[in-house]
Design a protein around this ligand. Structure first.
Ligand SMILES: Cc1cc2nc3c(=O)[nH]c(=O)nc-3n(C[C@H](O)[C@H](O)[C@H](O)COP(=O)(O)O)c2cc1C
Ligand SMILES: Nc1ncnc2c1ncn2[C@@H]1O[C@H](COP(=O)(O)OP(=O)(O)O)[C@@H](O)[C@H]1O
Length: 201
């Protein structure tokens, strides 16, 4: 199948014909309405960046900043379901006194994709919250406080036939997040202080 140059998939360089997952190739179309996120979003989660399982960068070449899963319920009241989400991540990059890190970012808010759950491909025995920030940083930022504004749900966590299939699907998630977040009403400034906390430390 020829790729159609008018589709967002083609313009992002990801072939719509690639076998991205055990399922069908996915269209790269924005999630939700152009008038902005709808309830229950935005959801807010925050916590310190902690060590994960050490696979994100090394094995997948997609680093993921983890926050403690215990932060997902406030007084046991709130829960957020497992799955893949998108939104904005705020980082206090000046916090660690690392000038190189602070200088690398034009602001403190970045687009992000987040996976919550058990990583069925890796059969984890611990639930985790993993955030890939769509930005290139010069160093790690463990210990930095991260604030998440979750604006929508992309898909459930899945198992895969191969590591490449998992990576392909995460790349598609990133493209979907970017086309979703580029709309005016989804910009962080438009959302003000709206949102409901589902996790904080
Ligand atoms: C956007 C996104 C989607 C993901 N989707 C899945 C998934 O469907 N299935 C899965 O097993 N893991 C999924 N993961 C988790 C990766 O497997 C995980 O980031 C990787 O194991 C690295 O873990 P670590 O950084 O804690 O070492 C996803 C991660 C991200 C950032
Ligand atoms: N774009 C990025 N998104 C998320 N984390 C990043 C990014 N760039 C660098 N990092 C750093 O890499 C760390 C994650 O690396 P990773 O290999 O996934 O290990 P682990 O998840 O086991 O801690 C994050 O905690 C963060 O400090």
């Amino acid at each position: 199948m020829m790729s159609d140059p008018t589709t967002p998939a083609a313009s992002t360089g990801i072939s719509p014909t690639a076998k991205l997952s055990p399922g069908l190739p996915r269209a790269i179309t924005p999630i939700g309405s152009s008038s902005g996120p709808e309830l229950p979003y935005p959801l807010k989660i925050e916590g310190p960046v902690v060590k994960g399982f050490g696979r994100g960068s090394k094995e997948l070449n997609i680093p993921t900043a983890n926050i403690p899963v215990e932060g997902l319920s406030v007084g046991g009241r709130e829960e957020i379901a497992n799955g893949v989400y998108f939104g904005w991540a705020g980082l206090d990059l000046g916090q660690k006194g690392n000038k190189e890190l602070a200088k690398s970012a034009s602001g403190n808010v970045f687009p992000m994709v987040m996976s919550i759950g058990w990583n069925p491909f890796y059969k984890n025995t611990k639930r985790s919250v993993e955030v890939h920030i769509i930005h290139t940083f010069p160093t790690d930022f463990y210990g930095t406080h991260m604030k998440l504004l979750v604006l929508g749900y992309i898909r459930p966590e899945l198992d895969y036939v191969s590591k490449e299939a998992l990576i392909g699907d995460i790349k598609t998630d990133i493209e979907i997040a970017l086309v979703s977040l580029e709309r005016d009403r989804w910009h962080v400034g438009e959302l003000g202080n709206e949102g409901r906390w589902v996790g904080e430390f």
